[in-house]
Write a protein that binds this ligand. Structure first.
Ligand code: C5P
Length: 214
């Protein structure tokens, strides 16, 4: 089936304070270029949502559209911009994407219709009250959800359509599918797929880039 990677990269990078995050470099390459390069070999096309006024750096095997006001809106616009039957949605802010994860995801989409990579939570979890410990939360059965996430086109279209109509927002796409009662497979994620969000994450990404590119 025709496939596309959709990369929401239209965020302002407010928490990092270095301008649009997708254009921040680690190890001499932008987060966006790293994400595009990791996905392009696995799909027929790559489409990127960019902030208004920005354009794709020359030489990236991708085309771009202008993103929306939220990540969710950016993904909805990306979906409208492709005719692919299988779509992978991946945050530009997760630049270290192992090929193994992409392949596993594509297989799961074929079987289940929707899938995401995720990691079992390793830390102790607590619900707070202000800055105080209120109660521990058993971590058994809890996962931290990453991207990429993969979908049959009609599944993601339906999920975004319903969320849009009902004014529902979510921080990822698999969550929008799951709330319709449709199955979402959890595939083994990777610690290196962390999202670069804070200056601390960026330092970690700089260190990892040296190993990744070696
Ligand atoms: O802000 P956060 O790190 O959660 O954003 C996740 C991804 O969604 C980033 O790659 C960001 O560029 C993208 N995004 C977007 N459009 C927005 C906001 C965020 O494509 N309006």
């Amino acid at each position: 089936l025709p496939s596309a990677a959709l990369i929401p990269a239209a965020g302002a990078g407010t928490r990092l304070r270095l301008g649009p995050k997708a254009f921040v470099e680690v190890g001499g390459r932008t987060l966006l270029a790293r994400s595009v390069a990791a996905l392009a070999p696995h799909v027929d096309e790559v489409v990127v949502a960019l902030p208004a006024g920005w354009s794709l750096p020359a030489g990236l095997p991708a085309r771009s559209i202008v993103g929306g006001a939220t990540r969710q809106e950016s993904v909805r616009l990306l979906l409208e911009a492709t005719a692919a039957e299988v779509v992978l949605v991946h945050d530009a802010a997760r630049p270290f994407l192992p090929a193994r994860a992409v392949r596993a995801l594509l297989e799961a989409v074929e079987e289940v219709g929707a899938a995401t990579v995720a990691l079992p939570v390793a830390d102790t979890l607590v619900r707070s009250e202000g800055r105080n410990w209120r109660e521990g939360v058993p971590r058994e059965g809890l996962w931290a959800v990453q991207t990429p996430q993969g979908f049959r086109r009609e599944v993601l279209t339906r999920a975004h359509g319903a969320a849009h109509e009902e004014g529902v927002t979510a921080t990822d796409d698999a969550g929008l599918v799951a709330r319709l009662g449709l199955p979402v497979a959890l595939m083994p994620g990777d610690a290196r797929l962390f999202k670069v969000t804070t200056p601390g994450d960026l330092a970690l990404a700089q260190a990892l880039a040296a190993v990744w590119d070696a």
